[in-house]
Design a protein around this ligand. Structure first.
Ligand code: ATP
Ligand code: MG
Length: 295
């Protein structure tokens, strides 16, 4: 029996979710020491450890209690959740990376008239439970052909008439002469834990982890904008800052007609946005990254 004074987080060993997950944990201030077996990493200063596994195994590890929390694509969580009654997994927090969609795709030349096009057809997928639910909701009866990989070549092999697979840019579909027709599920990486949630010492640890992750995610796009501007241009400039926290406006020694402005901007500070601010009258614009913040 494990004690509940440390929290074990399962993440993908490497790949689309695992690499950004480790980066996010590092940005949130967690450091780990890799064990001999390359499967377990012990937290260096905080009571959080990592279990490095295949992403498919993460929902099951949490259900059976071998891991306390996991970082995994919502697609895998949903596929698993729909199989178990009652629910044994809880999505605790979206993490904003690993975005993709589980989508229906057809051969380029096939006609699409909405979901009913799939009536009586064979659809290849690695997500049979999610697909079956979607078909049921769309009142379509089709044959679900379960494949564990290379789903996109099934139509060419004559094994299926359509596929239901993960898509992000669509490049893989295009390379296989397939075209996206409908979205079954929108997905991104999530922090997942057991349902019902912890009632022991792990509840406080999970809350600490979530606060740290929120902080790291919130800081990603946050920038500090510094500039000068004529007083009468202020309303227009403040209008362009939109999501900024209330800015600090200070006087400039020896100039009564202009002020210095300092604003914390939460969403991406693009060149376009900067040029708009300059056009509104600002000068000497400086955009600085924010490394740490304690509100
Ligand atoms: P393993 O099972 O060995 O851990 P994998 O091949 O299943 O690796 P990846 O290809 O790294 O894993 O994908 C993991 C997750 O990344 C998917 O479950 C999904 O949530 C997300 N993802 C984001 N974009 C895509 C995409 N274009 N194709 C596939 N998965 C994607
Ligand atoms: Mg996998």
């Amino acid at each position: 029996m494990r004690t509940h004074d440390r929290l074990r987080i399962a993440i993908q060993k490497s790949g689309r979710i695992g690499d950004p997950a480790r980066e996010l944990l590092a940005r949130a201030g967690f450091a780990f020491r890799q064990g001999q077996d390359k499967l377990f990493c012990r937290g260096e200063s905080l009571p959080f450890d990592l279990l490095l596994v295949r992403d498919d195994d993460i929902p099951g590890l949490i259900e059976e209690g071998s891991a306390d929390l996991g970082i995994v694509g919502l697609n895998l969580v949903e596929e698993r959740r729909m199989e178990t009654e009652p629910d044994r997994l809880r999505v605790r927090m979206p993490l904003g990376f690993g975005r993709c969609r589980l989508a229906i795709a057809l051969p380029d030349l096939a006609e699409w008239r909405g979901p009913e096009t799939l009536e009586g057809r064979r659809i290849a997928t690695s997500y049979p439970v999610t697909l079956a639910r979607w078909l049921q909701a769309e009142k379509v009866s089709a044959e679900v052909v379960q494949l564990s990989g290379s789903v996109e070549i099934a139509p060419r092999l004559g094994k299926a008439d359509a596929i239901c697979d993960l898509v992000s840019t669509g490049a893989t579909l295009a390379a296989n002469q397939l075209r996206e027709a409908a979205t079954v599920l929108e997905s991104e990486a999530v922090l997942v834990g057991p349902e019902p949630p912890f009632t022991d010492g792990r509840a406080d640890l999970a809350a600490l982890l979530e606060r740290r992750l929120q902080g790291a995610l919130g800081l990603r796009a946050t920038r500090l904008l510094l500039c000068q501007a004529p007083r009468d241009a202020l309303p227009a400039i403040l209008g362009l800052l939109g999501d900024a926290e209330p800015p600090t406006v200070t006087r400039i020694e020896g100039r009564d007609d202009a002020v210095s402005l300092q604003a914390l901007c939460r969403s991406a500070m693009t060149w376009q946005r900067l040029e708009d601010i300059k056009r509104a009258g600002a000068s000497g614009l400086l955009v600085l990254p924010v490394e740490q913040m304690l509100a």
